[in-house]
Design a protein around this ligand. Structure first.
Ligand SMILES: O=C(O)C(=O)C[C@H](O)[C@H](O)COP(=O)(O)O
Length: 325
């Protein structure tokens, strides 16, 4: 480096992200939504869950959303603020709606059921021009998901802009396909997500989503290879219900073994997997990161809430530890 070349500045955040804050209402086990008299309430948001766990692992994270002013928006923000997620770019608007979702956890043979109530929300009414991109993109990676892209054409544009602008500024893009069939069709998801996947260095896509969104089928080894070939990502990370996970890098294919755990509350386990895997990636060791992700998702299943809460050190797993014994 010559005297005239300025030192590259360290970005302010390790990860920044954008997505709709919500409130989940969960029916007690043994109750049906249409007859219940009580629900358990907690804040939710896939992207904020990822930032929130990373922040508990010592990373600097920023979450951007837009929420109505007042108690419901404050309720969501205080959850993620309590674990240290930065919110300097949060948009608050008078009026408008807060997104909600309702869940029946399901008991065999009834599957879990999610009912979204997220039309006409403040988040849906905001576009590219409402966000402070200089601050949002002062980051090593921007984390984007198919959930936010699925909401409206405008939110899809926001996600596309975030990815394009990140690449233009030399910021890495990490994409979680996170297909939600109740929000959009596989066909529409493919149209919107394909160009973003091509900009991503790390792509999270389950085996099921690879088929539903990109029409890719085969063994996990074949599916992850095809995803990597198609989009040129450095890494593809995949899961297959209770099997896997799988990591595909240019250096090879790595399947991991897993063991079932008791489920207290399911939402958030996928986000915790993604979050701790990214923690490994940012530490320069995604192969270990996938193991941390496996462990984090198991911890997520042990307690209620979409955000996984850990004490300092609880997920500090030494490199090389076989945590899935
Ligand atoms: O569905 C949405 O729109 C949400 O953002 C709500 C939830 O917080 C995440 O979906 C949890 O996701 P998993 O970790 O995959 O269970």
């Amino acid at each position: 480096m010559t005297a005239s070349t300025p030192e590259p500045r360290t970005p302010k955040y390790d990860l920044s992200t954008i997505g709709e804050g919500q409130i989940r209402f969960t029916v007690e086990r043994g109750e049906r939504l249409m007859f219940t008299r009580s629900v358990h309430m907690n804040p939710a948001c896939s992207e904020a869950n990822v930032a929130g766990l990373l922040s508990q692992l010592g990373r600097e994270t920023l979450w951007t959303s837009s929420l109505p002013e007042g108690d419901l928006g404050d309720y969501i923000l205080s959850e993620y603020r309590s674990v240290g997620v930065h919110m300097d770019t949060m948009v608050r608007r008078p009026g408008g709606r807060t997104a909600l979702y309702f869940m029946e956890p399901g008991e065999y043979p009834m599957p879990a059921n999610v009912i979204y109530d997220r039309e006409w929300t403040t988040f849906r009414a905001t576009g590219i021009e409402d966000y402070d991109w200089d601050e949002i993109l002062d980051t090593k990676v921007i984390f984007l998901t198919g959930i936010t892209a699925a909401l409206t054409d405008t939110t899809a544009e926001v996600v596309r802009y975030a990815a394009d602008e990140a690449v233009r500024r030399g910021v890495e893009v990490i994409l979680d396909v996170n297909f939600r069939r109740k929000l959009w069709s596989g066909e529409k998801a493919r149209e919107v997500l394909e160009p973003i996947a091509k900009e991503a260095t790390v792509l999270f896509c389950s085996i099921a989503d690879a088929e539903k969104v990109f029409g890719i089928t085969g063994t996990p080894e074949e599916v992850t290879a095809e995803l990597q070939n198609r989009f040129g990502c450095k890494y593809v990370v995949s899961t297959n219900h209770t099997e896997g996970p799988y990591l595909r890098g240019r250096e090879g294919f790595y399947p991991y073994r897993t063991t079932p755990v008791n489920v207290v509350d399911r939402p958030g386990a996928g986000d915790s997997f993604v979050s701790a895997t990214i923690h490994g990636y940012l530490s320069g060791n995604i192969r270990e990161g996938v193991k941390w992700g496996q462990y984090a998702s198991k911890v997520a299943l042990t307690h209620k809430g979409d955000l996984t809460r850990v004490r300092p050190g609880e997920l500090d797993i030494p490199l090389g530890t076989d945590i899935d014994r």
